[in-house]
Design a binder for this molecule. Structure first.
Ligand code: URP
Ligand code: ZN
Ligand code: ZN
Length: 471
């Protein structure tokens, strides 16, 4: 007895494209075959989704989101309800957020806190990277790996949040990851020089003159490059698996290429914003809205990162979703008289993006001829699943979860934040004309989006145990 047949679509995996049918029983893909193969297995209760003329891809995985994150004196405005709706409308069916311990908390406490944010609220499956922000968290690494949480985040910055790790912690975390089959994720920005540059420019006169442009001015590319270089070094000498999050510079891609050339298997993700926005966004009166860490860079970095996507130095594209409304972003204003100015160090840092990840990669990548749709599947579904240990996700084959997205290749939409699921009252991509939004999304066999409308009435997302595969 089949529950669902997706019939006649062009099925795309990371390795192949073919016209075919997909048979689903319960939450699982049970068979994939030529068009019409399952007609005799259908019963009156079988739902058939006509995908003729459409692209069918595995549900994508955003491995880098921050939903309802207490950060920069406020809380990011998308939570697991709005975030998972946005995900589904943008072809994403699994999320990995970051469980970041509060003051005095253990990793186990942080896990409980993040579970209470997602359980019963998320429409898509989820997991956590555990943020090891204090030396005493390191001894919990083996137990986390044992319970299916094998990835650990270290921030090189954010001392004011109490999140920053030092080199010795990175070194030890990498040793533990090597010993217990875990992986260390790093936010790579060089903290001491960054602090110095921020101090130099942090005067009322300069803030009045340059406004939000001080954000890119105080974060030149070498801030990211030095940090990436340093953690690659620690990965090479410890043999611990390293994954660089939100890589934003051409220099970063060069360093990953150089590491690969000498046999260091470091992995790197970039985010959709670094593939399409440059730092001219800080020029206008709304420039502060675009502040995120690291910030978007120059056209030459965009070009080098796309090259990295093509060559494999970038293996995953994520969003780093950390949404703040206009009002929240407005926290940078100092005073309200004629002498008021904006202090860029007070802007809540982060961008919304879950609705638009796949549409941006589809439109700028596939439609503009930079990558094939198979490479999109690889970057947004298959490699995220493999690298992060989501071993039943990211592919269209028997035995995999029935997480699927169907895209109408003929459809283009103009991005307008009012039509997105995010709670954010602006979008960095406002006005862009994009394809690649979900016509239909299924998460473990349940229809979340149908005919471009979110239709699910109950959240069934659950925590997924992750196990990293051997090197
Ligand atoms: O600006 C950003 N990226 N906010 C979220 C926290 C982080 O560094 O990933
Ligand atoms: Zn970060
Ligand atoms: Zn992040």
């Amino acid at each position: 007895m089949l529950d669902t047949i997706i019939s006649g679509g062009t099925v795309h995996t990371a390795g192949a494209s073919f016209v075919g049918d997909i048979a689903i029983q319960g939450e699982t893909i049970v068979s994939v075959g030529a068009p019409g193969s399952f007609a005799r297995s259908a019963t009156p209760g079988t739902r058939t989704i006509d995908a003729r003329g459409m692209d069918v891809i595995p549900g994508c995985i955003d491995v880098h989101v921050h939903l309802a994150l207490p950060f920069c004196g406020t809380v990011s405005c998308d939570d697991f309800d709005s975030g998972s709706r946005a995900a589904a409308c943008g072809c994403v069916t699994s999320l990995i957020d970051f469980a970041i311990p509060g003051p005095g908390q253990s990793l186990a406490d942080a896990h409980n806190d993040w579970m209470s944010k997602a359980a019963g609220r998320s429409f898509v499956d989820f997991s956590w990277h555990m943020a090891t922000t204090k030396r005493e968290h390191l001894h919990e690494i083996p137990a986390c790996i044992e319970r299916g949480l094998p990835t650990f985040k270290q921030f090189m910055i954010y001392e004011s949040e109490g999140w920053n790790a030092d080199d010795a912690m990175m070194f030890e975390a990498l040793e533990l990851c090597r010993a217990h089959r875990g992986m260390m994720l790093v936010h790579a920005e060089s903290p001491r020089v960054l602090d110095l540059l921020i101090r130099r420019f942090h005067t009322p006169e300069l803030m009045r003159t340059f406004g939000a442009k001080l954000h890119p001015i105080t974060r030149p590319n070498f801030i990211e490059a030095e940090a990436i270089e340093r953690c690659i070094h620690w990965s090479a000498v410890t043999g611990g698996r390293l994954y660089v999050v939100h890589m934003s510079t051409g220099e970063g891609a060069d360093l990953i290429a150089a590491a690969h050339a000498r046999g260091v298997p470091v992995l790197a993700e970039t985010c959709a914003q670094y593939l399409c926005l440059d730092d001219r966004v800080f020029d206008g009166p709304e420039g502060h809205l675009f502040a995120c860490c690291p910030q978007v860079k120059k056209q030459s970095d965009i070009d080098r990162l796309w090259q990295g996507v093509q060559r494999g130095e970038v293996c995953i594209v994520s969003t780093d979703t950390c949404s703040f409304t206009r009002e929240q972003k407005g926290m940078w204003r100092q005073g309200d008289g004629p002498n008021s100015f904006g202090d860029w160090t007070k802007i809540p840092m982060g961008l919304p993006g879950l609705d638009t990840l796949v549409p941006l990669v589809y439109s700028l990548g596939v439609r503009q001829g930079r990558i094939s749709i198979n490479r999109l599947v690889d970057l947004c579904a298959t490699t995220p699943a493999r690298v992060m240990g989501l071993n039943r996700k990211g592919n269209i084959a028997p035995g995999f979860d029935a997480d699927l997205a169907i895209i109408d290749p003929a459809r283009t939409e103009e991005v307008d934040w009012r039509n997105l699921q995010s709670r954010c009252d602006w979008s960095p991509y406002q006005g862009m004309r994009l394809g690649g939004f979900a016509h239909t999304t299924l998460a473990r066999g349940r229809v979340l989006v149908s005919n471009h409308r979110f239709v699910a009435d109950a959240p069934h997302g659950r925590l997924v145990e992750r196990r990293l595969q051997p090197d």
